[in-house]
Design a binder for this molecule. Sequence first.
Ligand code: NCD
Length: 309
Amino acid sequence: MNEFYQKDIISIKEFDREKLEKIFASTDKIMQLNSTERRKICKGNTLAYLFYEPSTRTRLSFDSAMASVGGNSLGISDITSSSAQKGESLADTVRIMSIYSDVLVLRHTLDGSSKFAAEVSEKPIINAGSGTEEHPTQAIQDLFTIKKEKKKIDGLKIGIIGDLKYGRTVYSLLHGLGNYDVDVHLISPESLRVRSDSIYEIKKKLSYTESTDIEEYIDELDVLYVTRIQKERFPDEEEYLKVKGSYVVGLDLLKQMKDDSIILHPLPRLDEISTDIDNTKNAKYFEQAEYGKHVRAALLGLILNENGF
Ligand code: NCD
């Protein structure tokens, strides 16, 4: 039996290097299969999505991934159109949706929401973003992108810049990177440093430096992972305005970087990456979004097939 069969994906912390590499190998396989072969993988299966927060890529890439492996999707992308608006609880909504589907993809404003949902769901839950805590499938996609574009993960110098306090993709990525031998440089305004409770855990797995100055290590980086300042998570607009626009990655910065460095971003981008970068060979954020679809198709194939595919 394949070890992912009928399993939830709640946290990247559940994935050691061996598991990640298995998912990468399955993703490579998905990318090589022709569409007829691919469509057999989840034929007859249904994915349900339940999104309490806005999403473009995550929801649509799951939807499109499921279609690419022959399954179908249904769900709620705007919670105001569902019975949650009438006051139905998350538990009841999840219970009902799990009756109508084979796997459920949940995005919610609260930390711990996916873990809670997994306890009441009859079907596997995939965490598509839980508060400021985690976004595990994004991290798998990010690691896969690094591996594809740099041909390795070990030995790389990786800068992570932006909102490291509220950005859930950062936490999942850091825990994922903890399985590899990498040097990480965390770059953020003082008030947006990685939360101290998390850094304590991350410290055990990863060597990193923290800085407010983007130029400090810029010429050494192999990967620069840029994140959006998470306006909606600030308790106070004033605090947001103080850090808004703190960093902008533009052509002048790119010139200081290694010729073969890559720029990643989970997207959506606001003003933290200048659009001038988009057509350079270093910009890989759109490729990253595309890999996300294949990674998610592989995950669905593994979760829904007892013997893998
Ligand atoms: C991210 C998220 O929702 O955490 N988006 C995504 O899924 N690609 C990043 C963000 O919103 O800034």
